[in-house]
Design a protein around this ligand. Structure first.
Ligand SMILES: [Zn+2]
Length: 338
């Protein structure tokens, strides 16, 4: 359903017909449908034409005849090869051509329902950056600025989908909780205008701006980034200290400890200078599993390869239970995200 462009388009059309107060929502569905349909030839022209119609009438977007014409042109262009019932689109396009609408400056900023505040700049190629309460998009000269919105929509959606193992709830609010043994994460609406955080022991709370809209994709992305940043802080506080303790207890040596962002490798030992990398994603693991990864890496100081001798060493230095945990982690690589 969420990825069905035709269903999104139908929902949008229905919203336009019910109540003007839901126009922004309808346009957001069109943006989403436009992206989803970009590889499905038949839907896209109709969606583009509806965006033209929305701009022509100022329904959920700025009233902008020039942008409307651009969308109608796009729709007609895509109908060239396949034209069953598009006379209404062509009629609109021809009507708009006779009006000769002049280009208006691209708005510096738009607010898109479900996505958030977007600043728009013109440049050489498409790019975007995420800030605490807005995204900035660069689009090429002459491109329809709405197209940038659909690309951003898609990029953020794909990012969320790629974090499939522990993604955020569909409606994000103060109920966000992560309860790992050595790291807990909370989310609260704060009183300020920017993001900050509070720490109580191993519990970290993201304090979101007072005016945040939790349902918007930009906010969701920012919250994930702040969550990861806090997990890194927790990792920097716990892991180097624990590594030092276990090195002293086992008598195994290393030079330095770096905390990495890596999510596919929990730990690495570098033979050339004996430094150890530990992933901040270890903070989602049990104390035993963390110790297992640390002892595993320390053992690489005496046994470089994963031969039997290596596993005997892990058991000798860490004990049987830890060796089993190490074996399990080694066979089951870890997932990403908060
Ligand atoms: Zn190893």
């Amino acid at each position: 359903m969420a990825n069905n462009p035709y269903a999104l388009f139908q929902q949008a059309a229905a919203l336009f017909q019910t109540d003007k107060s839901r126009d922004c929502e309808a346009v957001a569905l069109l943006y989403q449908s436009l992206y989803e349909s970009s590889f499905r030839y038949r839907m896209r022209p109709e969606v583009a034409a509806w965006l033209g119609w929305a701009h022509q009438n100022g329904r959920g977007v700025p009233k902008d005849e020039y942008t409307a014409l651009m969308w109608y042109r796009q729709a007609v262009h895509e109908l060239r090869h396949n034209d069953p019932n598009s006379t209404w689109i062509k009629a609109h396009a021809e009507h708009m051509e006779t009006q000769h609408p002049q280009s208006t400056p691209t708005p510096n900023e738009v607010h898109v329902w479900g996505l958030g505040r977007i600043k728009i700049k013109r440049g050489n190629k498409y790019s975007y950056s995420i800030h605490d309460d807005y995204a900035e998009i660069t689009i090429t000269q002459g491109a329809i600025y709405d197209l940038a919105v659909t690309w951003l929509w898609n990029d953020l959606q794909q990012r969320e989908e790629s974090r499939k193992d522990s993604h955020l709830p569909e409606v994000l609010d103060e109920t966000l909780r992560r309860d790992y043994p050595l790291f807990q994460l909370r989310l609260e609406r704060g009183n300020g205008t920017t993001f900050s955080h509070r720490q109580e022991g191993t519990c970290y709370t993201i304090l979101a701006p007072r005016a945040i809209r939790f349902e918007e994709r930009i906010s969701r992305e920012v919250i994930i980034r702040h969550g990861l940043r806090l997990m890194k802080l927790a990792a920097e506080e716990y892991l180097p200290k624990r590594l030092k303790e276990l090195a002293e207890r086992t008598g195994l040596s290393y030079s330095e400890c770096h905390i990495s962002h890596g999510n596919s490798t929990l730990g690495s030992f570098y033979a050339y200078d004996k430094h150890i990398d530990l992933s901040m994603h270890l903070m989602k693991r049990t104390p035993l599993e963390i110790d297992a990864v640390i002892v595993h890496e320390l053992c690489h100081g005496v046994e470089f390869n994963h031969y039997n001798e290596f596993h005997y060493a892990v058991e000798r230095y860490g004990g049987r239970e830890l060796a089993l945990a190490d074996r399990h982690l080694f066979d089951h690589p870890t997932p990403i995200d908060i």
